[in-house]
Design a protein around this ligand. Structure first.
Ligand SMILES: [Zn+2]
Length: 476
């Protein structure tokens, strides 16, 4: 029994990696090497200077290493919902009409000159200024506007007061890209610099402020630096066929079966690895895609789940951390010898079999079937959002067990292992300052516990993260 509990904590604890930025610090065992390395770096910079002198004007090449399917269409649905003071519009977009593409075009103001258009113009779909919801295409930190005075340029007069973009919002994303939303309606902007926004969150309304000839959205994506020189064609980042993956409640993500054939599974893994550049993940999971598929399916486990879980945990390569071979981080297996979520297995195949066995405990007829159903009923009767509870056999049901085990039972109030770390993600950075660590759950004060609906929210967050990764890789 103790072994099982340990195992679950290990599995659970890996889920928190979702929220951590991993920073690699290099330590030089032999201090002499440090000098050597920096000498080499200087040589490279010298060579770059020489190249630039010789080449004169050269075209800058932007290396795109962003996830091309991680962006949503910048226009949201008419229906909105509010959560924790933030407004979301994640349903079907109010407008998907492109009125001007990226790149060269004639000056829309009729001067006859041609100019470069650094973004994509999206039409109003028959709506007036202030009616169409503009959403954050990806989560990030708002860097503009700084204050409300920068959102007051009028829609139909003083067009040039705010510069070309008029009232605009700019968001910095964690992968080094920026998105910009221009010509927003006067006083419609509801976010300011320093605010962390989530994908799908309403940031303002479409308008015609600034240098604009009618109600539309000017949308830019900048890669690598915050400059229009770094603008890229947004249509390469937002799939025009499926401008925004509709948020699913996870009920269509079975832990047991896949709709993909083996060929489809393998080719989608190949495509994903070609465009994502995720070397660590791909060296393990793309190279072994056929075996992952075969072993998972033979064990009644959805092979998508194996790679999505690994993708979510960001631990993709064979780990040497425990001096084990075939210690596949991210697969979430443990043989009871510790060493985080890894397990000691002689091959990837063995690891996947063990992982499959573990997952089957969360399915229909599995060890946790009753407990998952209880979580479902508990959250249902508490009136929590449907996206955070699911039945046995579903991804949501499985994650609901994790969030209950971790947050409710084992580590209430603990920052590192479950009580708090996700609450900051859900409710803002300072949320957890009111929580205290408490070893004895039954005698803990309520403020050190996570509530039923907080666990529900955490489940929803985990599920959405995995669904996004599943969409990125498999388009499902
Ligand atoms: Zn434009």
């Amino acid at each position: 029994m103790l072994k099982k509990i340990l195992l679950l904590i290990m599995v659970f604890s890996t889920l928190f990696c979702l929220n951590f930025n991993i920073v690699f610090a290099y330590e030089f065992i032999n201090p002499d090497n440090e000098g050597l390395v920096y000498d080499k770096i200087n040589e490279i910079y010298d060579a770059k200077d020489q190249y630039e002198d010789l080449a004169g004007d050269y075209e800058e090449v932007t290396v795109i290493n962003a996830n091309n399917f991680a962006y949503w269409w910048p226009v949201g649905s008419e229906e909105t919902f509010e959560k924790n003071g933030k407004l979301y519009a994640t349903g079907d977009p109010m407008s998907t009409t492109v009125t001007s593409t990226f790149g060269g075009r004639d000056d829309p103001h009729g001067s006859g000159a041609s100019d470069t258009h650094y973004g994509l113009d999206i039409g109003n779909g028959g709506h007036s200024a202030g009616e169409v919801n503009v959403i954050a295409t990806k989560s990030g930190e708002v860097v503009y506007p700084i204050n409300p005075s920068q959102t007051s340029y009028q829609d139909t007069s003083n067009r040039y007061d705010g510069g070309g973009y008029g009232n605009y919002v700019k968001i910095k994303h964690s992968d080094g890209t920026y998105t910009l939303y221009g010509h927003l309606a006067q006083n419609s902007i509801r976010v300011f610099a320093g605010e962390v926004v989530e994908q799908g969150q309403v940031i303002g309304k479409m308008g015609t402020s600034g240098n604009s000839t009618g109600v539309h959205l000017h949308f830019e994506i900048r890669v690598g630096a915050d400059s229009s020189r770094n603008a890229v064609d947004p249509t390469k980042y937002v799939d025009s066929e499926n401008p925004r993956p509709l948020i699913s409640d996870g009920s269509n993500f079975s832990i047991n079966t896949t709709t993909l054939s083996k060929d489809e599974f393998v080719s989608k893994m190949n495509d994903y690895c070609d465009r994502s550049g995720k070397k660590g993940f791909c060296s393990t999971f793309k190279e072994n895609a056929e075996e992952i598929y075969d072993v998972s399916v033979a064990n009644n486990i959805n092979p998508e789940l194996v790679v999505v879980t690994a993708g979510a945990e960001q631990n993709w390569s064979l780990s040497s951390a425990c001096s084990y071979t075939n210690n596949y981080w991210g697969i979430g297996i443990n043989n009871g010898e510790g060493c985080n979520s890894g397990g000691k297995y002689s091959s990837l195949k063995e690891g996947i079999i063990a992982y499959s066995n573990l997952l089957s405990e969360y399915g229909v007829g599995g060890k946790y079937e009753g407990a998952i159903t209880s979580r479902y009923n508990e959250r249902e009767s508490a009136g929590c959002g449907i996206e955070g509870h699911g039945l046995p056999g579903s991804l949501t049901g499985m994650q609901s067990m994790y969030s209950w085990l971790g947050n409710y039972r084992y580590n209430p109030g603990n920052w590192g292992l479950g009580g708090c770390s996700y609450l900051n993600v859900m409710y803002g950075d300072s949320y957890c300052s009111t929580k205290v660590t408490c070893d004895d759950y039954d005698n803990c004060p309520q403020e050190s516990k996570t509530t039923v609906c907080e666990q529900n929210d955490y489940t929803a967050w985990q599920v959405q993260t995995k669904l996004q990764i599943r969409y990125d890789i498999f388009g499902l």
